[in-house]
Design a protein around this ligand. Structure first.
Ligand SMILES: Nc1ncnc2c1ncn2[C@@H]1O[C@H](COP(=O)(O)OP(=O)(O)OP(=O)(O)O)[C@@H](O)[C@H]1O
Ligand SMILES: [Mg+2]
Length: 488
């Protein structure tokens, strides 16, 4: 896959009967869920990025036919399908949204494949239906990065560049991310059918989702309640993972909330560099509604909006009880993650003070969140003068924290594989904004090698190979204050 972006590598051009292994998917089962749409082909498409392990899962080869399919130049025996949904955007309800710049192509096994950036649809609301290269590359990289960190996310099979001009602040080129998930249903789908008073469709959508995505719940005495509880728990766990890994989503509207609890729709996302609990990664988020420390509350706010759509089927008490599962599930998951990062056995809520104190200390010292935790895991916890002490030099608070930490660990020596265990919980490589920017700059100049090198490194965040070590670095000062807008 390495190589200049000169088109398709001829040895990769294996031609398969295109429709083999594909099924039409949810649009064929529930045609009222959206509209059939023909993609608008990209000009001179070429592969920029490709995920080998996902391709293997999907039994797909990087063929010319597949490139033509993803770029809208060929189609399967059925048309593309754009779904309708609505959603609460920055707190206000938008009654009609939908796939305005992407199409569902079909399913392979349990996975849906979606081409994001494939041209206008009935839901484009005046937009051009396109995605530009920089945003498509960022979505490709972060999807795969989060997956390999162990965070629930939609995935990305490929990113495709083209010569199609696309206007944003200046002329850029169009690109497509091929997104993969078992379901692209968002909270906003249920809101759409609820607020348009299409109760039969709403119920059919819930039933279809239970049958296809949560079949184990079909035999429950109250399948819809069990389904909501499951969605609440998945959402709580994913949000907890974001908080533990310092991931800031940026646009947590209900139309970007996955029914599977997957991280969904990547716009101005960022990982924290220094620990700044109020960090706002979205340049357009003037009030900080989606700031890093607001994400847990917003997750619950969004679940409330989903729960409202179930009022025709569930009592108020049932809805409240289901939503009450959110906080304990979130805290349990956060404790499990942070406990593993710090080596705390059987962490409980009492450990939250110890964890928070460390985060505050990190914030005050301006040290790198990820590298500091990685380094902490490599210190001898019975020691008094560790490399970490030198990082926090001059901070007597750190000495006090260290003492409490030692007491919590119980003193004495730790297991011989302590450092290895900590490394398995503390990633060394993250998709920092500047790393993505460097890969994008090269891809824009026609060279996708840096992109593929970075992608490969992101598949081993806990266990980097020697050639991946250049990616283990703090963000340079020029990139620390970068915020991104939704213009993608
Ligand atoms: N360039 C565009 N052309 C047409 N519609 C667009 C465009 N950009 C965004 N939209 C639509 O605006 C709404 C909000 O956009 P948002 O950025 O949340 O989603 P997205 O990134 O386009 O797609 P997804 O949520 O599927 O990842 C969606 O309905 C989306 O389809
Ligand atoms: Mg979206």
């Amino acid at each position: 896959m390495d190589g200049n972006v000169t088109g398709i590598n001829s040895e990769a051009a294996v031609t398969l009967p295109l429709a083999q292994g594909w099924q039409a998917g949810i649009g064929a089962r529930l045609p009222w869920l959206g509209s059939e749409v023909a993609a608008q082909p990209l000009a001179n498409p070429r592969w920029l990025g490709w995920s080998d392990d996902l391709a293997e899962t999907l039994s797909l080869n990087r063929s010319l036919d597949l490139l033509a399919l993803f770029a809208g130049q060929q189609s399967l025996p059925w048309p593309g399908f754009a779904q309708v949904y609505s959603g609460h955007q920055f707190g206000g309800y938008t009654p009609r949204l939908g796939d305005g710049r992407g199409l569902h192509l079909g399913q392979r096994g349990e996975y849906e494949l979606f081409a994001k950036g494939s041209g206008p649809t009935p839901y484009s609301r005046g937009g051009d239906g396109r995605a530009v290269l920089r945003s498509a590359v960022r979505e490709f990289l972060i999807s795969e990065a989060l997956h390999h960190l162990g965070v629930a996310t939609t995935r990305a099979l490929a990113v495709i560049g083209s010569d199609t001009p696309v206007w944003r602040e200046e002329q850029e080129t169009g690109a497509i991310t091929v997104r993969v998930s078992c379901s692209h249903l968002r909270f906003g789908h249920f809101e759409y059918f609820f607020y348009t008073r299409q109760q039969d469709q709403l119920e059919a959508l819930i039933r279809d989702s239970i049958d296809t995505l949560f079949p184990q719940l079909a035999a429950e005495p109250e399948p819809i309640l069990a389904w909501l509880v499951d969605v609440v728990q998945r959402t709580a766990e994913t949000v907890a993972d974001w908080q533990a890994f310092g991931f800031c989503h940026g646009v947590l509207n209900t139309d970007n909330m996955s029914i599977l609890g997957e991280t969904f729709d990547f716009g101005p996302f960022a990982f924290l560099n220094q620990f700044d609990s109020g960090h706002i990664c979205n340049h357009s988020d003037h009030t900080g509604r989606y700031a890093f420390d607001q994400q847990p509350g917003i997750g619950l706010w969004n679940l409330n909006k989903l729960a409202l759509t179930l009022t025709p089927f569930l009592s108020e008490t049932q809805l409240r009880d289901a939503l009450a599962e959110y906080e304990p599930a979130l805290v349990a998951r956060y404790l499990a993650r942070m406990g593993a990062r710090l080596g705390l056995e059987d962490p409980t809520e009492e450990d939250l003070a110890l964890i928070t104190e460390l985060l505050n200390l990190m914030g005050r010292s301006g040290v790198d969140y990820h590298l500091t935790l990685r380094q902490l895991g490599q210190c001898d916890p019975s020691g008094q003068d560790t490399p970490l002490h030198r990082q926090f030099q001059g901070q007597s608070d750190f000495d006090a924290w260290w003492l409490r930490y030692q007491q919590r660990l119980g003193g004495g020596t730790v297991a011989s594989d302590w450092g290895q265990q900590r490394n398995r919980a503390n990633p060394a490589i993250l998709l920092r904004t500047h790393l993505a920017q460097q890969a994008i700059a090269a891809a824009e100049q026609g060279n996708n090698r840096p992109l593929m090198r970075l992608h490969r490194a992101l598949t081993r965040p806990y266990d980097p190979r020697p050639q991946d070590h250049p990616f283990i670095e703090e963000a340079p000062s020029w990139s620390r204050s970068l915020t991104l807008s939704c213009s993608s």
